[in-house]
Design a protein around this ligand. Structure first.
Ligand SMILES: [Zn+2]
Length: 456
């Protein structure tokens, strides 16, 4: 059986991959000055193309692109340029529009030419191939929004592999499950929240547990979660398969770029042919080495994008490098996603991601907890906490209510010692925390309490 989608790029030593990519970025930068007014302004003063040995240093002096800049550019449409000044081809060459997910403000729109569509299909296919999808699979594609990265682009990637796609996104969940049974789907792809929703509610919706569907491969993506052992174990048990894989991409860059291989120890980067990825310190903005345990923000540069290229795009996704070598032979780094900059909370100067709190809680008391957690804040804009961060976790049915306080203290101690952050944990009864069907918001705004005074 084929092991790699792109054997040359997936197994070439990583520094050689980066050197090859830098040469392509250099060509793009030269070309971009002519093609896009947005990048012409941005690239004023950027140095000339690099010698091979200096390529990474040359790359580091190029300007970043922020999503807000693209949004603003799009707010000032120009004749023939509905995508704003970053649009780098004539409109007649654009064959499709795609959109960022809009989870962080108004969506930004991007364009694809025929060649861009081909490149996306190849890149997405590479990621899903790494995650174990093959041409004999029948894939239930459960994402409903065609225009976001996880819509049309995922379908294209599966088709490129040669798998048969059953695009069921948008149907009511019980109809999805009925269609999956009828088509004998062998694989399923959905947001991690929706995978978990079906795992828990499938039986209630159809009268049959989802493990009876015979699905052998479960792919989740779009948000952190499957990297957590407790959540992965539940999903595996629910569907009756050990093949549970995490994937990740970005509508602004390439719909799917990261996916777990058979080693299931973090997501490999699979976009080598089309995208260069850097890891940076989000504060100093300096590049960081791909080294095990390193954390930083992912920054992406497209190599061959025609309609809307991006140059050093700040993704706001925070990654932790889990390994830089792998038994599977792939040379790209492996990561887990910790969350987005917008998710980050600050307790007395310490940064913490909600996913990290969930991780520690499940690690400390997974036997007694449902993998559900909710963090309360006082207002949408609250990021800083001067008092312990209020956290709710859900007990399993077997845990007696009189044990809740001791359980809460155990989790508080674990979070404090592991993350140097104080949380105030309340243990609640099973089923109290609502399950999300699209993406799980771990942080919610607390509804105002009658008679309470505001935070001033
Ligand atoms: Zn691997």
């Amino acid at each position: 059986m084929e092991r790699y989608w792109n054997p040359e790029l997936e197994t070439k030593p990583w520094p050689e991959v980066v050197a090859w990519q830098c040469q392509r970025v250099a060509r793009m930068v030269t070309d971009l000055r002519d093609r896009s007014a947005f990048y012409r302004r941005k690239l004023t003063g950027a140095g000339a193309a690099p010698r091979e040995a200096d390529a990474e240093r040359w790359l580091a002096q190029l300007p970043f692109t922020h999503k807000d800049e693209l949004r603003q550019a799009q707010d000032a449409p120009l004749p023939g340029l509905p995508l704003g000044a970053q649009q780098a081809v004539e409109l007649r060459r654009v064959v499709r529009f795609v959109s960022s997910s809009g989870t962080t403000g108004r969506p930004v729109y991007y364009g694809l030419t025929g060649a861009d569509v081909e490149a996306w299909a190849d890149g997405v296919a590479n990621a899903f191939f790494t995650a174990g999808i093959r041409e004999d699979d029948v894939v239930a594609h459960l994402v409903s929004l065609p225009m976001v990265a996880g819509g049309m682009a995922y379908a294209l990637g599966f088709e490129r592999i040669g798998a048969a796609v059953a695009w069921l996104g948008g149907l009511p969940p019980e109809r999805m499950l009925e269609s999956m049974a009828a088509l004998r789907t062998s694989a399923v792809l959905a947001t991690t929240s929706f995978v978990r929703y079906l795992t828990e509610h499938g039986e209630r919706l159809t009268g049959h547990p989802v493990r009876g569907l015979g699905v052998r491969k479960v792919l989740g993506g779009g948000e952190p979660g499957l990297g957590e052992e407790e959540i992965r174990t539940r999903v595996a048990a629910g569907w009756g398969t050990d093949h549970v894989r995490d994937t990740m991409g970005l509508g602004d860059v390439l719909a799917s770029m990261w996916a777990e291989c058979d080693d299931v120890s973090g997501m490999h980067f699979n976009g080598q042919a089309h995208v260069l990825v850097e890891l940076i310190d989000p504060v100093s903005q300096e590049p960081l080495p791909w080294r095990e345990g390193m954390t930083g923000e992912a920054v992406y540069t497209t190599l061959d994008r025609q309609a809307t290229p991006v140059l050093r795009f700040r993704s706001a996704d925070h990654l932790v490098v889990t390994a830089i070598s792998c038994r599977c032979g792939r040379t790209s780094p492996k990561v887990r996603c910790l969350g987005r900059t917008d998710d980050m909370l600050i307790y007395k100067g310490m940064n913490v991601f909600p996913t990290a709190i969930r991780d520690v809680a499940l690690d400390a008391a997974g036997e007694e907890l449902e993998p559900q957690l909710r963090i309360w804040k006082e207002s949408t804009s609250q990021v800083r906490f001067d008092h312990p961060i209020p956290v709710e976790v859900e007990a399993r049915p077997a845990v007696a209510a009189e044990r809740y306080p001791a359980l809460a203290r155990r989790i508080e101690d674990a979070v404090r010692s592991r993350l140097q952050v104080r949380v105030a944990v309340t243990v609640v009864a099973p089923g109290t925390i609502p399950r999300a069907a699209y993406k799980t918001a771990l942080v919610q705004v607390r509804p105002p309490v009658q008679g309470a005074t505001g935070p001033g």
